[in-house]
Each structure stands twice: as structure tokens, then as C-alpha cells.
Write a protein that binds this ligand. Sequence first.
Ligand code: HEM
Length: 305
Amino acid sequence: MKKEEILRAIENKYSELGVSTEAMLEGLLWSKPITYWDYIQTDALLGLQIPRTTEPDEMVFIMYHQVNELLFKMILWEIDQVAKSIEIAAEKFSKHLTRISRYFDMLCSSFLVMAEGMDVEQYLKFRNTLTPASGFQSAQYRKVEFASTELINLIDSRFRDQFNENLSFQKAYDHLYWQAAGKNYSTGQKTTLLKLFEKKYMGEFIDFMKDYRGCNLSEKFKQLPKETQKDKGLINAMRHYDYTVNVKWVMAHYNAAGKYLGGDETALEATGGSNWRKYLHPKYQRRIFFPYLWSQEELKSWGTF
Ligand code: HEM
């Protein structure tokens, strides 16, 4: 754009806003030059790592969780661009799905930072200061699920066939698969892990569920033209995302938990208090975002292939 054109465009923009162009231009004279650290907010970002112990590997644990939360935010950002498009073109859908999968691929390949990157002895010391907290309480992780699929696919698989797709939000919430990790079945009580999580987020989750009914990734896929839904490339991309989130990441996480908390008989109690050996395994969770894209055989052996 030429200088005169730019000035005219600025003039138009600010006169529409009812703001004096002269004042805006003069403001530029006094404004500070932008720097990397102001723009990226490095000081704020690097001031957020506060360990509770003297064990150096606690820093690895905190920072890697923070990296995960940033990637969850990037994933939600992309999902939103699909969900909030009035009419989504196949190309745009694929583009965002590819970006989302790329971020989840990063989460899977980098999970070695947890599995290999901390000394077990150190972990076993600093974990005690985290009780009763757990990654289970990541609200963004739950939002990725709500924004990816219909609620029925997030219901505890043991009760799923008692519900249909139109179940109420509160009823769906009460039967989400992850409720199982937060209930003490001997007393019938919810654990502190779950109580605190609900106190902070239940209302927000119900609003979020409402927001994404009709426009989550699965429903947006079903709104694409029938021919596009048969596109092999797109189907493979959807299956890749489903498998990466619901089997690959889950197994990477499960195996890391096994390394620190131990095997079947000797497993330590999780900081969040769940029966994690059973709860976390995908073959029991059976969380599948796009079940209609998997064969009966694949569904049957979910979590073991
Ligand atoms: C050494 C590292 C880790 C261990 C030992 C571990 C262990 C566990 C355990 C035992 C649970 C079951 C809930 C409970 O606490 O009772 C859990 C849940 C969970 N953790 Fe981790 N975790 C680790 C790292 C991470 C990281 C880096 C993240 C990323 C944010 C994460 C996210 C989650 C999520 C989202 C759940 C709930 C999963 C679900 O409901 O299916 N965890 N974790």
C-alpha cells in the first residue's frame, strides 16, 4: 500500500470510530518501540514456576505441565475456529484438524520428558506435597473432550447404552466417564480431588457443553457434504486424532504413571486417590470421539491395538 492510501485508510477507520486521526497519529510519536519480551510476556511466563520442594526435578514436572496447558489452549483455539464457523468448508475443516493433530502428536512424542526425564526418587519425594491434586483436574483437557465429540461418547461406558444423544447436560455431567476416578465406591462419597474440581469448574463445564452441542468436531464433520465425509484423507485424519488423544496419549501417560507409581500389586496410591491402574487404561475407559469411523473389530479391541 502507498503512504497516501494507508493514511486515507487510517482516516476512514478512525472517523468511523469517532476518534481523532491526528490524536492517534501523534500518539505514535510518543509510543515506546515494541520488544520481544513485552510482546511474548516472557517475564510473566517465566515467573510462573514455583516449586514446593527442594527437589530439582520438580521444576521439570511443573514446567512440562505448563507446556501441556499451553498446547491444550492451542488445540482449543483451533477447535473453536471449526466450531464457530457458520458453514465450514471441507478444506478449512481439514486444515484445522491437521493443526490440532499436530499439537497432540507433540504431546505424545514429548511425554518422554515425564517418563524418562525425572529421577524416580525425586518424584516420590515431591509428589507427597501435591496430594490431593492431580492432572485429572486439568479443565482444558476436559474442554478438549467436550469440544471434540457428542456427550454420549464421554459417558461412562458401563452405562452408555442407557442414554441417548439428547440427554440433559446435568445428567450427562453426572455420568461422565471421569466421575469414576473421583468416587470412593466403598463409602459412596466423592473424593476431595473431585469435590474441589467440581466446586471450581462444574458450572463452567455445563456452559461449555451447551456451547458445543451441535458444533463440536464430530457434529461439524457430520454437517460436511456426504461426499466429503467419505474422503479417505479426511477419515484418516479424524481417526488419527481420535487414536492419538484416546489411545496413544493415554498409554504414554499410563506407562509414565506405571514407572513412578509401580506395577499391578505394588502400585502406589495416586495423589488424586483414584484406582488409577484400572481407571486410566483406554481398554476400560473406552473413550472414542468418532466411533462411527472405526470397524466393529477395532471398537472391540479399543486400547489394545
Ligand atoms: C510422572 C508424571 C505423571 C503421573 C505419575 C501421573 C499420574 C496420574 C494419575 C495416577 C492419574 C489418575 C487420577 C489420580 O490422580 O488419582 C492421572 C490423571 C490425569 N493426568 Fe496425570 N500423571 C503424570 C503426568 C501428567 C501430565 C504431564 C499431564 C498433562 C497435563 C497429566 C494429565 C492428566 C490428566 C488429564 C488426567 C485425567 C485422565 C483421565 O481422566 O482420563 N498427567 N495422572
